[in-house]
Design a protein around this ligand. Sequence first.
Ligand code: NDP
Ligand code: ZN
Length: 189
Amino acid sequence: MDCLSFDDFSLFLTALGYCAEKHRMQRRKDARRTPYLNHPIEVAELLWRVGGVRDARVVIAALLHDVIEDTGARPEEISRLFGEEVLSLVLEVSDDKSLPKAARKKLQIAHAPGLSRGAKLIKIADKICNVRDITISPPPDWPLERRLEYLDWAEKVVSGIGEDSDLDKLFREILTKGREHLERTPDST
Ligand code: NDP
Ligand code: ZN
């Protein structure tokens, strides 16, 4: 049986608490305003269950993947609490928020092929969650066209990653189902 060591599990729980604290004021953009924390937990869970990832640093970095980008968590703090390798993974999957959004989106596509393996897996799991959210629990003010554009862009990022894994297969399935669903959805905005 695959299992984490006592130390790894302790660090995982510390990361879960840290992530909850950092995202405590935030909600997802769906109509129910789901607590933001659900999202990093889903990303970490996918890595563990579907990706078969047993490297604790990668699972912990998945939990922390949005804390620098979205909460202003300090890199030094992440390095001190969770180590340099976790910090490096989190930085790899973080956008530079000082850039305009269009540039950030282009850079995600450009950087995807050069990511480390752990960062690639986190990126695919993140895109699985976001494509699923765009499909079934989208921001209520997004027109259909914007939802479809998001799916097209996510496909470009994941294609650039070029990873042949169970996560990649799941991404393709979710993307296909998402497009089928959106084709049947009237644009209500
Ligand atoms: P945003 O970056 O504004 O929003 C998507 C991000 O929000 C996700 O990547 C995810 O990031 C986070 N998120 C939080 N809650 C949800 C949720 N319920 N469902 C999905 N994502 C959620 O979107 P984009 O700028 O990427 O816009 C998508 C497309 O629309 C682009 O291709 C852009 O060109 C186009 N666009 C259209 C506009 C219009 O008015 N028509 C305006 C702007 C863009 P995380 O994982 O980090 O939480
Ligand atoms: Zn995310």
